[in-house]
Write a protein that binds this ligand. Structure first.
Ligand SMILES: [Zn+2]
Length: 110
């Protein structure tokens, strides 16, 4: 039995750019990482053997890194800031399913 119903997507659009998501547990564990953003290859690597909540936070973490790509230097986020916001946003979304549903619902009229 699986802990989640929706699989990790293999491609995501961040800004105007298409990114790939690769599950890559062995290499990442060897490097001591849960995830990694490869900017040149537009690829996010995720260790899919870590617990699901940690995978979810790691995907958000790496997405924040990827979001920073087109930004100028004065609005780049530090590793500490990315770590904080990924964890904080995940917690708010997890603690508030009604907020999450409101924020991410599709507009039928749109
Ligand atoms: Zn990071």
């Amino acid at each position: 039995m699986r802990g989640i119903m929706i699989d990790l997507p293999t491609q995501i659009k961040i800004g105007a750019i298409q990114w790939h998501i690769h599950k890559d547990s062995r290499a990442l564990q060897y490097e001591g990482l849960k995830g990694e953003t490869l900017y040149q290859a537009r690829t996010i690597r995720i260790d899919d053997e870590i617990p699901i909540p940690l995978q979810q936070e790691t995907v958000l973490h790496e997405t924040l890194h990827a979001l920073c790509v087109p930004l100028t230097e004065d609005i780049q986020l530090s590793e500490t800031q990315v770590r904080y916001f990924a964890a904080a946003l995940m917690q708010v979304f997890m603690d508030n399913p009604k907020l999450r549903d409101f924020l991410f619902q599709e507009d039928d009229n749109g």
